[in-house]
Design a protein around this ligand. Structure first.
Ligand code: API
Length: 282
């Protein structure tokens, strides 16, 4: 199977052009290629498929083989792949996802995509997932106990579920310890992506993320959007936010008039390769 290894701010996936390749068991292939010792090494698998309702379809799997409804860093890389590898010459494209059709603007330099702006759509407060105790115009603040400690979170969906938690010290967090306890907490029937955030000023936040199905990643596009929406709702930032992640910065804007979130960031090709997946059983 031919693949292309790409990343968005270090959130790396194995990309497969399924106009040419066929994958019969994506969850098993995702687990295999993601293994950083026995496979290629990645945060998951992203299949680029034909679509009946958009220019392309993004089918995304986490490293544990679970399917994600949407992937912000991933969809920017899909846009770069389809332009740079000649599947389109358009600089405005649409991509079908389980989280709805997304619309992307591509910036091209020297014939290659260097930056992508994604209309991430309408943020939803996860009332069914995390009971919201007040209307969205007020502070959204839900207590949750993990490891005997009470945290306060804001639940936001960007197609996939997120719990946003504000802390004073992001760097010192033991994510390996508390991350899985949030991810698998009984409050989250679909599990959860959890973002830990420190606000630097009204235009800048820094965050780390424990992703559902992949653990700590260097960046999370949908997570950065959820953090921006939560920070604006909690009156901690203005509507344009630079989100600083371990892998780099994303620019997020929540256009309250249109009620749509826009994410702008890079996409990078690392290498092309071929791997034998015929022996994968499970
Ligand atoms: N782990 C996420 C999917 C990947 C999201 C993230 N890598 C991004 O860039 O948005 C989930 O299961 O909902």
């Amino acid at each position: 199977m031919k693949f292309t290894k790409m990343h968005g701010l270090g959130n790396d996936y194995v990309y497969v052009n399924c106009f040419e390749e066929k994958i019969d068991n994506p969850p098993a292939v995702a687990r295999f290629v993601s293994d950083r010792h026995f496979g290629i090494g990645s945060d998951g698998l992203i299949m680029i498929n034909p679509s009946k309702t958009a220019d392309f379809e993004m089918e995304m799997y986490n490293a544990d083989g679970s399917r994600g409804e949407m992937c912000g860093n991933g969809i920017r890389c899909v846009a770069k792949y389809v332009y740079d590898y000649g599947l389109t010459d358009k600089t405005q494209i649409s991509v079908e996802t389980l989280g709805g059709i997304k619309y992307l603007d591509l910036t091209v330099e020297d014939g290659k995509v260097s930056l992508v702006k994604v209309d991430m759509g309408k943020p939803e407060l996860e009332a069914d997932l995390i009971p919201i105790i007040s209307e969205r115009e007020q502070v959204i603040d839900e207590p949750i106990e993990v490891d005997g400690k009470e945290y306060h979170m804001t639940g936001v969906s960007m197609g996939n579920p997120h719990a946003v938690i504000y802390v004073d010290d992001v760097k010192g967090l033991d994510l390996e310890k508390i991350g899985p306890k949030f991810e698998n907490h009984e409050r989250f029937p679909k599990r959860i992506n959890t973002e830990f955030v420190h606000c630097i000023d009204r235009q800048t936040v820094e965050m780390r993320v424990w992703e559902r199905g992949s653990g700590e990643t260097l960046a999370c596009g949908t997570g950065a959007c959820a953090v921006a929406v939560s920070s604006i709702l909690n009156n901690l930032t203005d509507t344009q936010v630079t989100v600083k992640l371990l892998g780099g910065d994303l620019q997020i804007e929540w256009d309250r008039e249109k009620d749509r979130v826009f994410m702008t960031g890079p996409a990078t090709v690392v290498f092309d390769g071929v791997i034998d997946i015929t022996e994968i059983k499970e």
